[in-house]
Design a binder for this molecule. Structure first.
Ligand code: ADP
Ligand code: MG
Length: 414
């Protein structure tokens, strides 16, 4: 007991002493919006110009915004909308802004009900038909005289899962409104999102388009440098740390979120080691840690049959088949499915899964020439055994199969 008390005292005192590395760690969080957004002046100005008519009560064009993750779309839109809202209040303009993350909100029902609640009309959690919720939204709009700017962030998520009914209704809503008007700001992380839309919906939604390109290393440097001044104690970062974080993130796809994560985790690594400064070495370690977490995440979220395919390659490797051909993998996969009581997919489907795993970097496939016997595809694991085990041990069923001896291989050996 006494020992425990001392340990806790130490933990609490350490905490109360504050960090010698971080001054304000929250400034590195994804939802933190800084005072200025370097290298997005053009997009901020453009959005400002597009939305300014709302201040005088005129309707604005719908805008479709897209770019990869971490290119600053959400931050820029929130930045502009906050200022627009403030200006509208000052002027007494009839502008209302509502911001919805479609991935988090999830269903059309909940999207329309949060639109209603942004207009102070409440909707029961369940029980109404979707059409009813939509009608109430429309009625509420019609009972006022406002210009509602509806921002649908990560709109691709809902369209992919549920089709374009939401946008279909929203893009036509102005036709039936006399007093109020709606402007839609759609934000998508997926550049191919447009292909998923009905052409009529698309043409209404895309009256204006704004593209966010990935940041390069210099731009990421400026973003990190500004954020580091808020987040870290003075002199906590060694020279070269910000350069390295920006270079590593730029080499991937210019994602500011990754760059900020890297900087934050580097600081945490230094802190945990009890070091006073963040060094390049800490950044390298942070990079490894993030990569490791990312692989674990992608492994965990794989569909069941992809997991079984991966497990098959793992088992083959344990039987000293470092590089296997699709046929071997399929035979082991088939046996595993039978053992676990699943209906195996066809070999063709399994080949498809292998290609997907290859693209994700979880498997490596290589074409090997057999001289005059032609060519064959050999497949090996793209990640360490340790990671596979760590992940599969968490799944009760797969756990039992990790040390499985396939009859197929036993027969081959004889
Ligand atoms: P997206 O919505 O395109 O995925 P976000 O807007 O969420 O990207 O940006 C990811 C993170 O990077 C956020 O923490 C955001 O504050 C930061 N960020 C992005 N662009 C900039 C910028 N130009 N200046 C400062 N911070 C930025
Ligand atoms: Mg976003």
């Amino acid at each position: 007991m006494i020992i425990q008390k001392n340990v806790l005292d130490e933990v609490f005192n350490e905490f109360l002493k504050g960090s010698s590395i971080f001054r304000k760690r929250e400034a590195l969080r994804h939802d933190f919006i800084p005072e200025s957004l370097p290298h997005r002046e053009e997009q901020i100005r453009y959005l400002g110009e597009m939305l300014a008519p709302a201040l005088k009560g005129s309707i604005c064009s719908n805008i479709l915004i897209y770019g990869k993750t971490g290119t600053g779309k959400t931050a820029v839109v929130k930045y502009v909308l906050t200022r627009l809202n403030k200006k509208a209040k000052e002027l007494g303009s009839p502008v209302r802004v509502s911001f919805i993350n479609c991935r988090l909100v999830g269903t059309e029902y909940r999207i329309f009900s949060s639109l209603c609640s942004s207009l102070n009309t409440s909707i029961p959690f369940t029980g109404l038909a979707l059409g009813e919720v939509f009608d109430r939204f429309k009625k509420t709009l019609e009972s006022r005289e406002i210009l509602l700017i509806v921002t649908l962030d990560e709109i691709d998520a809902i369209i992919k899962n549920r089709g374009d009914i939401l946008l279909y209704e929203l893009t036509r809503i102005n036709e039936g409104l006399k007093n109020s008007k709606v402007t839609i700001l759609g934000i998508s992380n997926d550049l191919r999102f447009k292909e998923l839309l009905d052409p009529r919906v698309l043409s209404t939604l895309r009256e204006e388009e704004l593209i966010f390109r990935p940041y390069n290393a210099d731009e990421l440097y400026d973003i990190l440098d500004e954020r580091a001044k808020i987040a870290f104690q003075e002199n906590a970062l060694d020279n070269g740390v910000i350069e390295l974080c920006s270079a590593l993130a730029a080499a991937e796809h210019g994602d500011a979120r990754r760059a900020l994560d890297l900087l934050r985790v580097s600081g945490e690594v230094a802190e945990r080691k009890g070091d006073k400064n963040v060094s390049e070495e800490h950044v390298r370690e942070a990079q490894k840690r993030i990569e490791h977490d990312r692989i674990i995440e992608s492994l965990k979220s794989l569909p069941l049959h992809s997991k079984i395919v991966l497990l098959s390659v793992y088992i083959l490797k344990n039987f000293n088949v470092e590089r296997s051909i699709t046929g071997d993998i399929y035979n082991v996969y088939y046996e595993l499915c039978e053992e676990m009581g699943y209906i195996p997919l066809t070999q063709r489907r399994v080949s498809g899964l292998i290609s997907e795993l290859d693209i994700m970097g979880l498997l490596n496939s290589r074409i090997i020439s057999l001289g005059r016997y032609g060519r064959t595809k050999k497949i090996s694991l793209g990640i360490a055994n340790k990671i596979i085990i760590q992940c599969f041990l968490e799944n009760e069923q797969l756990k039992k199969m990790v040390n499985y001896h396939p009859k197929y291989l036993m027969n081959l050996k004889r």
